[in-house]
Design a protein around this ligand. Structure first.
Ligand code: ATP
Length: 235
């Protein structure tokens, strides 16, 4: 469904991403793990059209979409839940969801709102609450629900468990599992490597802008040598 080929992205003269080639197949949950500053956010941004790669390509559903604007990518079926959630705090929960569903028709949007209320009961209870009053865990669920409102073919999430209390971290990983059980396709950046590998079909390890390992979640969990690289390490 998604393929990056030799993707390189720079900030000025610094190459934050070097020659990264990865793939995500339909119905797969793919993890992207690595230390702080490894280039994980840069990679998602380069796929979603927020950043322009200097070389390489992004192929989505068989089409070359390299450098396409984020709204075009969203319409093509690729949604990103950004780091730090970035929900609209001055809008209500349901208004945030409607904004997320702007690319789908009004009749379909009503059905999607129902679906989100079922998937996220916490949000149903706070439908008319201003999103600025949500807790961190609720805001994260809203950010994910808002992205799902666009009916993405591929959902990318950047550090969904970041900054959450342990019980809410559990909830995020349960949610990833339930999205996986629904057959959705996910590419998830996580610093919580062990937890992510447990719910990943496959995963990639990024370090200093380069992929240093890939394998099934189970295979990478066995690689104790890699854990020194990405757990609490530096890029
Ligand atoms: P983290 O988990 O800390 O978010 P990351 O793996 O997502 O890390 P990136 O945020 O992609 O890493 O950063 C990769 C590298 O690019 C880092 O060295 C970072 O300092 C640098 N970088 C990121 N954003 C910018 C920017 N806007 N301008 C210059 N350098 C940047």
């Amino acid at each position: 469904m998604l393929e990056t080929v030799g993707l390189t992205t720079t900030y000025g003269s610094i190459a934050a991403l070097r020659d990264v080639s990865l793939s995500v197949g339909e119905g797969e949950v793919v993890g992207l793990i690595g230390p702080n500053g490894a280039g994980k956010t840069t990679l998602l941004g380069s796929i979603a059209g927020l950043l322009q790669p200097v070389s390489g390509s992004v192929v989505f559903e068989g089409s070359d979409v390299t450098g396409n604007a984020p709204d075009k990518m969203l319409k093509a079926g690729l949604a990103l839940v950004p780091e730090h959630r970035r929900i609209f705090t001055d809008l209500t929960v349901v208004e945030n969801l409607k904004v997320g569903g702007i690319t789908v028709g009004a009749s379909e949007r009503a059905g999607l709102l129902e679906e989100m209320a079922d998937l996220f009961p916490v949000l149903r209870d706070k439908w008319e609450t201003s999103a600025g009053f949500l807790s961190g865990g609720e805001a994260q669920q809203l950010a994910i629900a808002r992205a799902l409102m666009s009916k993405p073919r591929l959902l990318m999430m950047d550090e969904p468990s970041l900054g959450l209390a342990p019980v809410l971290v559990d909830l995020v990983f349960e949610l990833i599992e339930s999205l996986r059980n629904q057959g959705r396709t996910l590419l998830v950046v996580e610093q919580n490597a062990t937890r992510m590998l447990e719910v990943s079909d496959r995963a990639y390890v990024l370090r200093s802008g380069e992929l240093v390992a890939e394998g099934t979640g189970a295979e990478l969990l066995e690689r104790s040598d890699l854990f020194d690289t990405f757990v609490g390490g530096t890029s």
